[in-house]
Design a protein around this ligand. Structure first.
Ligand code: DCP
Ligand code: MG
Ligand code: MN
Length: 338
């Protein structure tokens, strides 16, 4: 991703790559991280290969391609399709699984549990399955949460949050991140980064959770609070919002960012996720570690490779400075798409 994109259409393996990519997307939907990685590696090898790869043996001779993927590459090269992909698409339980997995908050595990209990439709889940409050909301607003939000509407949601927050305290700032900041014409959700100069997480949390959220809820703008994941550290609020003029519920994330971390958080929450991954990888090749809080020197290890301490912070505040230290030319958010 950090390299220039080569013209994919002129690539001799473009047709094979396209089908492998669909397969990777399919594994992405069912949460099979291990297979996604294998497919990504194979795709990247093919992308850099100057001639069309036809046979299993040719594929096997290339780096990062194993036995099973080599067989698939041969099948695709000769037939222009992959039976495994056709099968996956035709399988009825698979269609149900796909539907259930798109319920907000239900991952692969929950969706397969519902499938194995014999449920076939969202209505059946609503009527018969034992659901948590959040699962019920996810199903009742299935269409809402799975439809894209036009850019202008994202802006309106962001403004409402900003206006209310600045009424509470004018020093607060709200930056809409995610796909919106990358310039997308529509978004899957609204990612509001909330920060305040010289302010740490405890104060942000107090103001947002004790004042902002209750007020916006009373106002009728925030319509649901979707309890966060188990590993949440209190730096996020997930929920749903709805414009006064509308009945469509939108997914809203409030991301609380201490002023010391705003640069790293802007990078992380602007994404996209693939761009983030390649930046993290780059950091690690340079003996550093990048996460949503900052860029750090690598952990310090003892003789037995045991961790002695976290590496010191190199930079957290400035997005530009993090790029500089990593030696990456500045990329405006619109160009952070991999
Ligand atoms: N992010 C990440 N890795 C993840 C999830 C998220 O790096 N596994 C980062 C990059 C994303 C940002 O957080 O751009 C916001 O996450 P979203 O899921 O809201 O994704 P986007 O805003 O990019 O897209 P969408 O329009 O679908 O919301
Ligand atoms: Mg988003
Ligand atoms: Mn989000």
């Amino acid at each position: 991703c950090m390299q220039k994109h080569t013209g994919e259409r002129n690539n001799p393996n473009a047709a094979t790559i396209a089908i492998l990519q669909q397969m990777a997307d399919y594994y992405g939907q069912i949460g099979d991280e291990w297979r996604i990685r294998a497919y990504r590696k194979a795709i990247s090898t093919l992308r850099n290969h100057p001639t069309k790869v036809w046979t299993k043996d040719e594929a096997l001779a290339l780096p990062q391609i194993g036995e099973r993927l080599a067989t698939k590459i041969e099948e695709i090269a000769f037939t222009n399709r992959l039976r495994r992909l056709d099968n996956a698409r035709a399988e009825p339980t698979d269609q149900v699984l796909q539907t259930f997995m798109q319920v907000y908050g239900a991952g692969f595990a929950k969706a397969s549990e519902w499938v194995s209990q014999g449920y076939k439709t969202l209505d059946e889940l609503l009527e018969k399955a034992g659901l948590t409050e959040n699962q019920r909301i996810g199903i009742e607003h299935y269409e809402d949460f799975n439809s894209r939000i036009p850019r202008a509407e994202v802006e309106q949601h962001g403004s409402i949050v900003r206006r209310m927050l600045q009424k509470i305290d004018p020093v607060f700032e709200v930056i809409v991140g995610g796909s919106y900041r990358r310039g997308a014409k529509d978004s899957g959700d609204i990612d509001c980064l909330i920060t305040r100069a010289e302010t740490g997480s405890a104060h942000l949390r107090a103001v947002v959770l004790e004042q902002l959220v209750p007020r916006l809820t009373k106002f009728g703008f925030l319509v649901a609070s979707l309890a966060a994941t188990n590993k949440d550290d209190g730096s996020k609020w997930h929920g749903a919002s709805c414009l006064p003029s509308s009945t469509t519920w939108r997914r809203m994330d409030l991301l609380l960012v201490p002023s010391d971390e705003i640069g790293a958080a802007l990078i992380y929450f602007t994404g996209n996720d693939i761009f983030n991954r390649s930046l993290r990888l780059l950091a690690s090749t340079k003996g550093m570690r990048l996460n949503q809080r900052g860029l750090y020197k690598d952990v310090i290890r003892g003789k037995g490779r045991e961790k002695l301490s976290d590496g010191p912070l190199v930079e957290g505040k400035s997005e530009k400075r993090i790029f500089e230290v990593l030696g990456v030319p500045w990329r405006p958010p619109e160009h952070r798409i991999c």
